[in-house]
Design a protein around this ligand. Sequence first.
Ligand code: GCU
Length: 332
Amino acid sequence: MKRRLILLALFVLCLLGLSGCTAEEEVFPELILRYADNQTEDYPTTKAAEYFAELVEERTGGKIRIRVYPNGQLGDEISVYQQIQFGGIDFTRVSAGTLAEFVPEAELLQLPYLFTDADHMWRVLDGEIGEELMDAVRFSGVVGLSWFEAGARNIYTRTPVHTLEDLAGMKIRVQESDLMSQAARLWGAEPVQLTYSDVYSALQTGKIDGAENNWPSYESTGHFETAPYYLLSAHFRLPEVQIVSTVALDRIRAIDESFEEVIFQCAREAALYERELWQIREAESETLVRERGCIVTELSSGELEAFRLAVQPMYDGLSGKAQELVLRILES
Ligand code: GCU
C-alpha cells in the first residue's frame, strides 16, 4: 500500500513537472490568421507564404500565427479577394488578372507584351509605378503588401498549334477577365473564361481546346498531360500581389502598433524569397514537361511580331490616362 502511494505521488509530481514545463515553453498566439493560396504546397508562392508566416511568428514573439491554406481550399481567387475585403480571410496572393477585377488601374498589367522581360517588369513594379498601383489597391478595401514573380505565360493546346493561324476558332481558357478575352479574340481564338481549378477537367472533357499559363502552373496542375503542345508566345507577364485585409491589419495593430511594419517587412522578404524560388521552379517545370514528351514550339521573331501586332488595337483603344501610364511603363 505504502509503495503504491509513493508511486502515485511520483506520478503526480511527474505530471506537474511536465505541465509546468509546457506552460513555460509554449507561447500561445494572441491572433491566428488565415492565408489563402490557390497553388499546391510545393509551389513558389505557397512556400513563400509559409516563409512569411514563419517570419511573422518569429518577429512578433509568437503572438501572431498565420496558417496557410493552399490548393484553393478557401475558394477561388475572386471569392477569396471578396472575403479579404470584409475580413473573412486575412491574407492571400493573387494573380494580376484577378487584381484587375477589383483595381481598375491594374487592368493595364494584362496588356499583352507590355513588359519586354522580367527586368523591365521589376523596374516598373519596384519603382514609382509599383507604389502607385499599391496605393490604388487600398481603394479596393484591402492593403497590398508585395509583388511576386509569375513569369511569362504561353499558350498550350490539346492538338498541335505552331503558328498564330493555327489558333483560329480554338476554345482557349482565359482568366475571368475581359481584357484577356479580347486578346484571345484578336488572335482568332474563342475565349472561355474559367476558374483556375476548373481548367483541368475542361481540358479532359474537351470543353476547351487549350489554355495559357506559365511553366510552373502548366506543370503543377497536370494540364500538360492532356494539352501537350506548348507554344512559346510569352504574351502575358502577369505579376502577382500579396494582400492583407484591413480588418486583420487593425487587429494586428491592436496587439502592438509596431507589428504593422513587421508585416510589411516580412512580406517584402517573402517576395524576394519567392522570386528566387521562381527561377528554380520555372527551369525544373520546363525540364519535367519536356521529359514527359510535351512538344514545345518556339516562335521566330517574325511570328512573335504577328502575335504582338494582332493585339495592337488593345493599345490603340486605351483612354488618354491609360495611354499615359502605358507610355511611362514602356519608357521605364
Ligand atoms: C497562375 C497564377 C494563379 C492564377 C492562374 C490562372 O497559375 O499563379 O494565381 O489563378 O494563373 O490562370 O487562373
